[in-house]
Design a binder for this molecule. Structure first.
Ligand SMILES: Cc1cc2nc3c(=O)[nH]c(=O)nc-3n(C[C@H](O)[C@H](O)[C@H](O)COP(=O)(O)OP(=O)(O)OC[C@H]3O[C@@H](n4cnc5c(N)ncnc54)[C@H](O)[C@@H]3O)c2cc1C
Length: 593
């Protein structure tokens, strides 16, 4: 078993991981571990844009941006974090521009900006042009630009290395926890090399989690196959809390039946949602900004149209995204990729025909809780020394209960950068710890168990049941009954998972084995999502309870902190705690658009 020594280890080579790596590698000996080749990370699939109040095309400022983010998140946003993000947005975009990112330009040569849902002028007066973009390939350009910079700066990458455990110097999985204020530190991580099946130990003073989202908990999702929430699940298994996991974003415009994303940029450029009567129904739900209302509101409105019988198609189970009134040349220039998706996957010509769309699971608002310096919390107040997180895996919380479009590419740049700086600073001030006894014992035992299970349960079967259950019972609309059903199924699947098996027993490129491991992560996270959703008896942002359709600030204006604690039967149980929301300047108000 090889042991590698670094000051900083970054887990994940998406936008957050590579932005962190650029800062950290300039200051400390840094390695980036990624289960994917870096440019295959999901950041590369992001389409529509990255926002910043540059005010290049119309009046705008960071305060309006902060307000929109807080209101968009249905007031569950930590407002100090949102302020940081909106202020640092401007430099985040300019940093990328200086690195060579080819943003679309105005005729005068400035970075062009377009409209996106929930981004408004003067606290909700009208939609504002705040999203910087490179056609509908903004994430692709960000990822390529960051990767080029990492190569130029000789960042060390370990590609196709799966991190399967986080090593701490204290056991946080026991019922008995270290006292408040007691120091707990990270010592390193355990990784599995896909090419050889070898286990590698990485000893590091600082570790940054940047492993992205967990959309594969659901069946209909815009997320890539690899988005299995690894960092979140590893944190949970290490005894750390997860924050606000019940809040999942369903993006309004997935291709119907497939979930493949059509960017909100389409509506930003003027596309309109229509029901079977041809009605622009968003006029009823959000009279001021209509189709550019935040995603939770648009997704719910669409689902409601379908429920009330105004859906389209033979099964009346989708609505239409209409671009036919836009100039083909304009669509070609601004939305080339997504229009091609409609042609390729649905055989629809968007110049002449409206596109069938329905909400698709898109973004995890929750994740590993952090401070605004990206330090990972082990309780409401204590951090884990040397452990940081940024990007979709983390919950700072800038998105509250519903993220605004283009705020994630921003989040990964702002907090990725902060994580890289914090991790290097911590490494400069501390010595690395020795690795704990038998550092890879847990990982090796788990892999052996899966590899050696005779006639084990099948990964594909369990995953399908999980995803179909979550789609049916924990999606846009939720009730006590549906969530209870979901929890029963997830619990049953977790039991069956104990005898999971794989056909491939080999050690080279054993993707079967890793998919089995990833399924374990998904099951653990689905349980946290559902337990949190059952406990939150109100509707807020992406979490809508039909049996409690109103937001309830008296009862539920707090972040959920979920922990996996030992249970009597030898398994774990999810226990929930509350964390106060940081309010600086905006008192919660009714959310009208
Ligand atoms: C189709 C689509 C379109 C989007 N469009 C936009 C948009 O226009 N604007 C916007 O703001 N947001 C958009 N988003 C959201 C945004 O792209 C993501 O939230 C963001 O890019 C996540 O970045 P990240 O760096 O946190 O994670 P990712 O880019 O997903 O990277 C995760 C990294 O972690 C690594 N990793 C994961 N698990 C492990 C493990 N166990 N061991 C080692 N490495 C691991 C992976 O290899 C990968 O390198 C979009 C998302 C999707 C799915």
């Amino acid at each position: 078993m090889q042991t590698h020594n670094y000051d900083v280890v970054i887990v994940g080579a998406g936008g957050a991981g590579m932005r962190a790596a650029l800062e950290s590698s300039a200051r400390a000996r840094t390695a980036v571990l990624s289960k994917l080749y870096p440019t295959r990370s999901h950041t590369g699939a992001a389409q529509g844009g990255m926002c910043a109040a540059l005010a290049n095309v119309e009046e705008d400022n960071w305060e309006w941006h902060t307000f929109d983010t807080v209101k968009g998140g249905d007031y569950l946003v930590d407002q100090d974090a949102a302020e940081v993000m909106a202020k640092e947005a401007i430099d985040a975009v300019l940093d990328l521009e200086k690195m060579g990112l080819p943003f679309n330009r105005t005729p005068e040569g400035r970075i062009d900006q377009r409209r996106f849902g929930g981004h408004t002028r003067n606290h909700g007066e009208a939609a504002v042009r705040r999203a910087c973009y490179a056609a509908d390939r903004t994430g692709h350009m960000i990822l390529q630009t960051l990767y080029q910079q990492c190569v130029k700066n000789e960042v060390e990458f370990y590609n196709e290395f799966y991190v399967l455990d986080i090593l701490l110097d204290s056991d946080l999985t026991a019922a008995e926890q270290p006292a408040a204020g007691a120091p707990v530190r990270v010592a390193g991580v355990v990784a599995y090399e896909l090419a050889t099946g070898e286990i590698h130990l990485f000893r590091a003073t600082s570790v940054v989690l940047a492993t992205g989202g967990a959309g594969k908990v659901f069946k209909t999702t815009s997320n890539a196959h690899t988005l299995t929430g690894d960092g979140m699940a590893l944190a949970l298994r290490a005894g750390l809390p997860l924050e606000d996991m019940e809040f999942f974003q369903f993006h309004p415009t997935g291709l119907a039946g497939l979930g493949i994303l059509l960017s909100e940029a389409a509506r930003g450029e003027g596309a309109i949602l229509r029901n079977s009567e041809g009605e622009r129904f968003m006029e009823r739900y959000a009279p001021t900004i209509k189709d550019l209302a935040p995603r939770d509101i648009v997704a719910r409105s669409m689902a409601n149209e379908v429920r009330e019988g105004r859906g389209c198609g033979p099964r009346k189970d989708y609505v239409l995204l209409d671009l036919t009134h836009l100039e083909p040349a304009h669509i070609e220039a601004k939305l080339p990729d997504i229009t091609e998706f409609a042609r390729t996957y649905l055989g629809i010509e968007p110049f002449t025909d409206p596109i069938p769309v329905y909400p698709t699971a898109h973004y995890a608002m929750g994740g590993v809780p952090t401070t605004i310096q990206a330090e990972v919390l082990r309780s409401n107040t204590d951090v884990v020394g040397g452990l940081f997180a940024a990007g979709e895996v983390a919950c700072v919380s800038v998105h509250g209960s519903n993220r605004l479009g283009t705020n994630s590419l921003l989040d990964i740049n702002v907090f990725g950068k902060r994580a890289g700086i914090s991790a290097a600073a911590y490494a400069a001030e501390h010595e690395a710890l020795e690795l704990p006894e038998g550092p890879a014992t847990r990982v090796v035992a788990e892999l052996d168990r899966i590899r050696n299970a005779p006639d084990g349960e099948k990964v594909a079967e369990l995953r399908q049941t999980l995803q179909e259950t979550m789609d049916a019972h924990a999606q846009v609309f939720r009730t006590e009954e549906s969530l209870t059903l979901a929890l029963e199924t997830v619990d049953d699947l977790r039991r069956r998972y104990r005898s999971i098996g794989v056909q491939d027993k080999g050690s080279t490129f054993n993707t079967d084995l890793l998919e089995a491991v990833e399924l374990g992560f998904l099951l653990d996270l689905a349980r946290v999502v559902v337990v949190g959703a059952l406990a939150r008896k109100e509707s807020r942002g992406g979490h809508f309870r039909e049996d409690f359709p109103k937001r309830d600030d008296d009862g539920f204006m707090y972040h959920t902190m979920a922990y996996a604690r030992p249970a009597a039967d030898g398994d774990t149980e999810i226990t929930l705690d509350k964390k106060p929301v940081t309010v600086t300047r905006y008192q919660p108000m009714e959310r009208k658009y």
